[in-house]
Ligand binder design. Structure first.
Ligand code: NOJ
Ligand code: CA
Length: 706
């Protein structure tokens, strides 16, 4: 549905001169509801600045814009004049082919300022601002200009001056990986450098005291802000350097030591959007659609060949050390070493895959992931020269790919392909045609990709322009062959799923796997109540919830999941993804009454409501399933127990729902008694109210069936 309501301009655009400094110019643009205001200021020296206000209070104080360093060219830094300005408004709706809601409102006011240097070489740059009710975005455009076909950017120095020393939830600005724990500090206490040595990461590079995005903040007055970017295309990931003296962030692009620059582009081009989500309530950050709205509409058309799904797989058993990815050796995720074992513990055998397919088909689960199916794993970790090692079409001798696909089809279960590239993208690209043709031939419509390790060639990083372009090539190859991509060790989500809806999910955070082998005790109970308000604002997450064997016995005596079992259920609703894994071993689920929730829970939503929440403390989300109209609710808490009250007035009038509540037992505790749970049956209408107790590290899940 596209309502092209190009209604009357509601932009309040005005230009006035101040008598004291006639050359200083101001323009401003407001959000449709008038609450968010962006001011553009060109000062007496021709240096462009912007300012952001919410309800007339400063969110971003006067901060410099359009400040770039180039290779073999003077920096662009002031001495500009305004060549032209224009404004535009839009109020439209668009539909998500799959998503956390069906219909998205895309309503903004735009202001474009065209700037040019006063003196030679008279370069030009445009700044485009968009003001939405849920935040603001701006980006630069390098238009076509005389004598310049391309530019080489050494850095972009965009400033974000804060109005106070806010509370921040951040991960370090690592050029290679997002799999860090979140830190909760004041802005002035951000210390990314101290996060440099990470025993459990195969790759990490933190050159500056910078954070990665989304980075979320709360001001003293209780306003919530989250800084990120949208539509990261053919450019480098933006990290944000903490300038403590000025209480400001400054953009710091991820570079390439091999090429010696950050970005190379032909003109004309746009940078990604620099975004600030602004919310009075923490939960409104989650409901905000700013990031997808700042991306271009669907370019693929019908993608109904991809069906949102729950999946199981030959995966957790390797992370537990019960089986191995490769046929003969044993790999230890904790130490990243490989040793020869006696006898094969290979997980990806035809027989084991059929066992998972049987389990899936009996339990309303339509996908099975098989890792370790292809040759190359014997050289996976601890092996320096990973180029040319993985083969994406040749199965191990004990795995009959065609037979597994056929068996799955008979049972209504589709295989999810797996491609671990071991961060050797050139090896992968050489095989893209054949690997994706194979999936197309077999009718496999999704693949999980992986990029563990330091990028080959040396000097490239996961988040630099060179890799951004690699990830995009893979996505486009998938689009051509009807394959959806779930990338691990990915580039961050920036809303590209709107344009290419075969970008279904990604990791890009410290996932469940760390609980199986991390040497620091795994993800603490506050992890997911932070993730919901940070990483999740970027897009769908393949977190792989659903561990029932919380203490991981007998496999990993020193590790465990740091939540209750009920919280594991709640994650199917709280953490959004159109593919959700039930990651534990089938034997952990067989005969378990709580598994009914995983059987029932939806994966594709008509609408989403965040009922309550505070960053890092707790969050409760309700989602209505498409087609059935059933509702599911998930609530999670950090290490503190609490009572959550729900008013069901969001349900439709006159409908009685048969509800099942899966909650923490009275004696539940994430460490002392994580598997204590209760199931209560009840009838719920839109007049019902309910208070549920959440244990320390606990949660609840609820299904409301029509
Ligand atoms: C890291 C991924 O996050 C994990 O899910 C996968 O099992 C391994 N790499 C192997 O590809
Ligand atoms: Ca990972």
């Amino acid at each position: 549905m596209k309502l092209n309501i190009q209604h009357l301009l509601i932009i309040i655009l005005f230009l006035f001169s101040m008598s004291c400094s006639p050359e200083k110019s101001y323009y401003k643009v407001s959000s449709p509801d008038g609450k968010n205001v962006i001011e553009f200021i060109l000062d007496e020296n021709g240096t462009p600045h912007y300012k952001v206000l919410h309800d007339e209070k400063i969110v971003i104080d006067t901060s410099q814009l359009a400040n770039f360093d180039f290779q073999e060219q003077p920096s662009l830094n002031g001495q500009l004049k305004i060549l032209k300005t224009s404004t535009r408004s839009q109020d439209e709706y668009w539909e998500m082919p799959w998503g956390e809601q069906r219909t998205v409102k895309d309503n903004f006011n735009e202001l474009i300022i065209s700037l040019g240097e006063e003196k030679e070489p008279k370069r030009k740059i445009n700044v485009i601002f968009k003001a939405y009710d849920d935040g603001i975005g701006f980006r630069y455009q390098f238009p076509e200009q005389n004598g310049v076909d391309s530019i080489v950017i050494m850095d972009e120095n965009t400033q974000f001056k804060l109005a106070g020393d806010h509370s921040c939830w951040w991960i370090p600005g690592d050029w290679d990986i997002y799999e860090h724990l979140y830190n909760t500090t004041k802005f002035s206490e951000i210390d990314a450098i101290s996060k440099r040595d990470h025993p459990d990461l195969a790759q990490t590079y933190i050159p500056e005291n910078a954070v990665n995005t989304p980075v979320t903040m709360r001001t003293e007055a209780g306003l919530h802000l989250s800084f990120h970017e949208a539509n990261l295309t053919n450019y480098a990931d933006m990290t944000l350097k903490a300038d403590k003296e000025n209480l400001a962030f400054q953009s710091e692009l991820v570079g390439s030591d091999r090429l010696g620059y950050k970005v190379k582009r032909e003109l004309p081009f746009h940078t990604p959007w620099r975004t600030i989500q602004i919310a009075e309530k923490a939960g409104d950050l989650i409901e905000s659609k700013l990031i997808v709205n700042l991306n271009e509409p669907n370019k693929l058309g019908d993608v109904s060949w991809f069906k949102p799904k729950k999946y199981v797989g030959i995966w957790w058993e390797m992370h537990l050390g019960k089986s191995t990815w490769d046929m003969e050796a044993t790999q230890d995720m904790t130490t990243y070493t490989t040793s020869q074992a006696s006898g094969s513990k290979h997980g990806a055998t035809t027989e084991n895959a059929k066992r998972y397919i049987d389990f899936a088909s009996q339990n309303n689960i339509t996908g099975v992931l098989v890792e370790g199916w292809n040759t190359g794993w014997d050289h996976w970790i601890g092996f320096v020269d990973r180029e040319g090692v993985f083969d994406f079409v040749t199965p191990y001798a004990d795995y009959d790919l065609k037979e597994v696909v056929k068996y799955g089809k008979e049972k209504g279960v589709e295989l999810i392909m797996h491609h671990e590239t071991s961060a050797a993208p050139r090896t992968y690209e050489k095989q893209l045609d054949t690997a994706y043709a194979l999936m197309q031939k077999l009718g496999i419509h999704s693949v999980k990709t992986g990029y563990v390790g330091k990028i080959i060639p040396k000097g490239e990083y996961h988040h630099g322009q060179w890799m951004v372009n690699h990830y995009r090539r893979v996505l486009l190859k998938g689009a051509d062959t009807q394959v959806a991509i779930n990338a691990h060790e990915p580039i961050k989500a920036t809303g590209i799923r709107r344009t290419y809806p075969n970008a279904i999910a990604r990791e890009g955070l410290r996932g469940q796997e760390f609980n199986a082998w991390a040497s620091d005790g795994g993800n603490p109970p506050e992890h997911l109540p932070i993730v919901a308000f940070t990483r999740m604002l970027a897009g769908p997450i393949d977190f792989t919830p659903g561990v029932f064997n919380i203490k991981l016995s007998p496999y990993k005596e020193n590790n465990q999941i740091n939540t209750t079992l009920s919280q594991q259920l709640a994650l199917y609703v709280v953490i959004y993804s159109p593919i959700q894994m039930a990651c534990d071993l089938p034997e952990s689920y067989e005969g378990h009454p709580a598994f009914q929730f995983i059987r029932d829970v939806g994966v594709d939503w008509e609408q989403t409501k965040v009922l309550n929440g505070e960053v890092g403390d707790f969050v409760t989300i309700a989602r209505e399933e498409r087609e059935t109209g059933n509702w599911f609710i998930g609530s999670i808490t950090d290490e503190n127990s609490r009572d959550i009250s729900i008013n069901f007035n969001f349900l439709s009038d006159g409908i009685e729902y048969k509800a099942s509540l899966y909650r923490d037992g009275d004696d539940a505790h994430w460490d002392k008694n994580p598997t204590s749970y209760k199931i209560d049956q009840m009838t719920i209408t839109n007049e019902s109210e309910l208070t549920v107790h959440l244990a320390e590290g606990g949660g609840f899940a609820m299904s409301l069936m029509k």
